[in-house]
Design a protein around this ligand. Structure first.
Ligand code: PLP
Length: 389
């Protein structure tokens, strides 16, 4: 039996989503901007998805902008707000050192165009405090961007407290909720944010579709210019089947969120405790309380994470070394580095992320092979001839 424990990278489509996407692809081919029956049918389907996703995050349907996914939503949030606020003289952006590349590289791009940027450090458990943000924020800050949950270690940030600091200084607050949506309650009002990104493929929806939630009244410039789609916020003919799929995934998530969180936390804890008990030299990275229920990130002393990942894959078990974008390279994780972990520990960590189709039998299967694989790899490095370099 193959085991997929890489749900933070992406998730399989829910059967209901497949059905809805297929039906929409076949039946809803009209352009949602068209006045005739076909266009109006497509528009109604988009509006239904808009209402589904807005109710999942306690937003208003008019505040939802559909995008091509988390990366575009993060780009839109930061660039759109930074450029809209440039005329006010605010040209300073704040994020944390553990953000996804979609945020970090957007800040780098804006820095090349003259914006001042600050990356706030995190503590050893991967959490950023509102006080650290307060130390660096000023009347020149236009956007503070802090992820709700981290993709590699799953830690949850104190977004509401950070948003309060941002607002005291007249800055906008953005959160990348790509890894928290549908795993824990995400409520835009309780979080107190102005902008929130999410992505459908992280919660059993289709790839290439996401949302930027923009609080009503927030000044934003579009990053994609063209037609008047999405209330002039995001130009381009809507991807109706993908948006419909996102809506169905949002309704499913809303229905199952609480029960799934309990189920996944139990499975994750079983896996985590099993590994800690059966494999010597293992330690969990990140805060073990403030984290999403499906994720654990574990360091395996004296093991190269990539080798263990490949050994597990040969056994039919799919896990990750952390960020999907940096796996396949031996680059140490920027998240673990920002937490101050040793270079060795940043290179010997694996992420196990569970989801909708994960079972106790799969957890047992992983626990059944992992101790042997780790021991084998440790013995190999012990006997390896040291290189001259
Ligand atoms: N932000 C976070 C925290 C993520 O984990 C990801 C995906 O890995 C993204 C943004 C990018 O989302 P997408 O793959 O939809 O572009």
């Amino acid at each position: 039996m193959r085991v997929y424990f890489d749900y933070n990278a992406t998730t399989p489509l829910a059967p209901e989503v497949i059905e809805a996407v297929n039906t929409a692809s076949r039946d809803l081919f009209g352009n949602a901007s068209s006045v005739h029956h076909y266009g109006q049918q497509a528009k109604a389907a988009i509006d239904e998805a808009r209402s589904a996703i807005s109710s999942l995050i306690n937003g208003d349907p008019s505040e939802i902008v559909f995008t091509s996914g988390g990366t575009e939503s993060d780009n839109f949030a930061i660039r759109g707000a930074a450029e809209a606020l440039e005329v006010t003289g605010r040209r300073h952006l704040i994020a944390t050192a553990i953000e996804h590349e979609a945020v970090l590289n957007t800040l780098k791009a804006l820095a090349r165009r003259g914006w001042k940027t600050t990356l706030v450090p995190v503590d050893q458990t991967g959490i950023v405090s509102a006080d650290r943000v307060r130390e660096t924020i000023s009347r020149e800050t236009s956007v503070v961007s802090v992820m709700h949950a981290n993709n590699e270690i799953g830690t949850i940030q104190p977004i509401a407290a950070i948003a309060a600091v941002a607002h005291e200084h007249g800055a906008l607050m953005h959160t990348d909720a790509v890894q928290s949506t549908a795993k824990i309650p995400v409520d835009v009002r309780a979080l107190g944010v102005d902008l929130l990104s999410l992505s459908a493929h992280k919660f059993n929806g289709p790839k290439g579709v996401g949302v930027l939630w923009i609080k009503r009244g927030t000044r934003m410039l579009p990053i994609l210019t063209g037609g008047k789609h999405e209330r002039n916020r995001r130009a381009g003919t809507e991807n109706v089947p993908a948006i419909v799929g996102l809506g169905v995934a949002a309704r499913l998530a809303a229905r199952k969120l609480e029960a799934e969180a309990v189920r996944l936390a139990a499975l994750r804890d079983q896996l985590e405790q099993g590994i800690l008990a059966s494999v010597p030299g293992t330690i969990v990275n990140g805060d073990r309380q403030a984290r999403v229920p499906n994720t654990t990130n574990i360091s395996f002393e004296r093991v190269e994470a990539e080798s263990l990942l490949i050994a597990l894959d040969l056994e039919g078990i799919a896990v990750s070394t952390g960020s999907a974008c940096s796996s396949g390279t031996l680059e140490p994780s920027h998240v673990l580095r920002a937490m101050g972990l040793s270079t060795h520990r940043t290179q010997n960590s694996l992420r196990f992320s569970l989801g909708q189709f994960s079972t106790a039998a799969e957890v047992q299967q992983v626990l059944g092979v992992l101790p042997r694989l780790v021991e084998k790899l440790r013995n190999l490095t012990k006997t390896a001839v040291p290189s001259r370099a």
